[in-house]
Design a protein around this ligand. Structure first.
Ligand code: ZN
Length: 104
């Protein structure tokens, strides 16, 4: 389903114009990247080996945010979560290094 950016009505995937207001429906080719960025960032927050998951979420989040259409807010949430998870992971590593860790 494609949500009309003008009136918000959901239209079938194979339609070019909104069935409610006839506005042209814009497909978002970066929709998948935006969703993936958010998912990776959340996964990275929970389980983040060597920051790899957060970095992947951050990169995809930025790509999605710059290029994305209606779903770029998802990408923005993705890179924000990615940065937070990287910072949290970094702080945990610092605490562990100085023997102050409660998680290690
Ligand atoms: Zn519409």
């Amino acid at each position: 389903m494609i949500k009309c950016s003008k009136c918000g009505v959901l239209n079938p995937d194979d339609t070019t114009y909104c069935q409610n207001c006839q506005a042209e429906l814009k497909r978002d080719p970066y929709n998948t990247i935006c969703i993936l960025a958010l998912v990776l960032s959340i996964v990275g927050f929970i389980f983040n080996p060597f920051y790899l998951v957060s970095i992947a979420g951050l990169v995809l989040g930025i790509i999605g945010h710059i290029n994305g259409g209606p779903s770029k807010n998802l990408a923005m949430a993705g890179w924000i979560v990615a940065i937070c998870s990287a910072v949290v992971s970094f702080l945990i590593d610092i605490f562990c290094t100085f023997g102050l860790g409660i998680f290690c």
